[in-house]
Design a protein around this ligand. Structure first.
Ligand SMILES: C[S@@+](CC[C@H](N)C(=O)[O-])C[C@H]1O[C@@H](n2cnc3c(N)ncnc32)[C@H](O)[C@@H]1O
Length: 325
């Protein structure tokens, strides 16, 4: 099965809050680094009309097909690129799309990928353990499960899943492999942790860990955030929606660090880092969905939105500030 054949559409999360945090303006230029089903992109295009432009990126070619359909009505205002956002800066240069008024990352997976892709992202449907966002990636989840040592598997499950039973799960995987399908893996994890407790499926963290490892998600996020700063014009906005603590920690630390003039270790008497603030935090506190949104769209319950804006650095030692015309 592929995404285009799958049933319910992806419901975008925190749409109003995203448009507000991006301060979307008429004629503005925006990048949606995770265009997915095109829900946020459509809202940005609606609010930036007339004259707004959107560059939408997604690593998943199936998602790009869906976004193309969804955003057809916006014609030449949209440019969709099937690529990984780790290449953000190169994409913007190639398509002459900079500086920009706002950049959005809505991280992770869409419901379409989770429920209808047949790529083994979910333990609720049986599918081969692929978990790649793009078929151009070389390593699938099944390769990791088949080829890594027990120690390496333990490291992945512990680090990217924050799973307390990582040792037991890794041992069981090595005993039971080859592991061919998502339901087989879910059963193995369930047995390794001694059965189900509570409402959350015991395989949730292992599936998260594998997906992060397959797609290098954390490394790519860090790299793309660093690139994003230099693509924003003066007062351009950076908005990131994350869905688990590992992602949110990276975003929080990045924005806080970039909002500081000096990042020397505490206790350093004279600054030696020379770091200059390039961002201002728009809201100090994280934005989360209302109870009403969570009720309508339970997938939104873990969403956290953080936003910052580009500032002109206060001294000569600026980054390459690009000003919006
Ligand atoms: C939560 S969905 C985005 C949904 C979208 N905001 C909407 O309104 O439909 C996340 C999307 O990001 C894509 N994605 C995740 N990591 C990516 C990366 N490193 N580069 C490009 N796309 C990525 C996924 O393929 C997925 O389609």
């Amino acid at each position: 099965m592929n995404l285009t054949m799958s049933a319910p559409a992806h419901a975008p999360v925190l749409v109003k809050e995203t448009v507000e945090a991006l301060a979307v303006q008429q004629g503005g230029r925006y990048i949606d680094c995770t265009v997915g089903g095109g829900g946020h992109a459509a809202a940005i295009l609606d609010h930036s009309s007339p004259g707004g432009q959107l560059l939408g990126i997604d690593a998943d070619p199936e998602a790009i097909k869906i976004a193309q359909k969804r955003l057809e009505a916006y014609g030449g205002s949209v440019c969709l690129i099937n690529d990984n956002f780790v290449n953000l800066q190169a994409i913007c240069i190639k398509y002459d799309f900079l500086p920009v008024h706002g950049i959005l990352f809505d991280l992770g997976l869409s419901s379409l990928q989770l429920n209808g892709s047949g790529r083994g992202f979910s333990f609720r449907h049986d599918a081969p353990l692929d978990m790649r966002f793009s078929p151009s990636q070389k390593v699938a989840a099944a390769d990791i499960l088949d080829e890594l040592s027990e120690g390496e598997l333990n490291h992945i499950i512990k680090t990217y899943g924050e799973e307390g039973y990582s040792h037991q799960i890794a041992r069981r995987i090595v005993q039971e492999r080859p592991i061919k399908s998502s339901l087989q893996l879910a059963r193995i994890v369930e047995q390794a942790v001694g059965g189900r407790r509570g409402r959350i499926h015991p395989a949730t963290k292992t599936f998260q860990a594998l997906r992060i490892a397959v797609n290098n998600e954390l490394e790519h996020l860090e790299a793309a955030l660093n690139q994003a700063i230099n693509l924003l014009g003066f007062e351009g906005k950076l908005v990131v929606i994350s869905y688990h603590s590992l992602e949110d920690r990276i975003v929080k630390r990045f924005m806080r660090q970039e909002a500081k003039d000096c990042i020397c270790p505490p206790g350093t008497l004279t600054c030696v880092c020379g770091h200059i603030a390039s961002l201002r935090l728009i809201k100090k506190k994280v934005i989360t969905p209302s109870l009403e949104e969570v009720k309508l769209n339970p997938r939104s319950r873990s969403a956290k939105l953080r936003a910052a804006e580009r500032i002109i650095a206060s001294t000569e030692k600026t980054r390459d500030t690009i000003s919006v015309p």
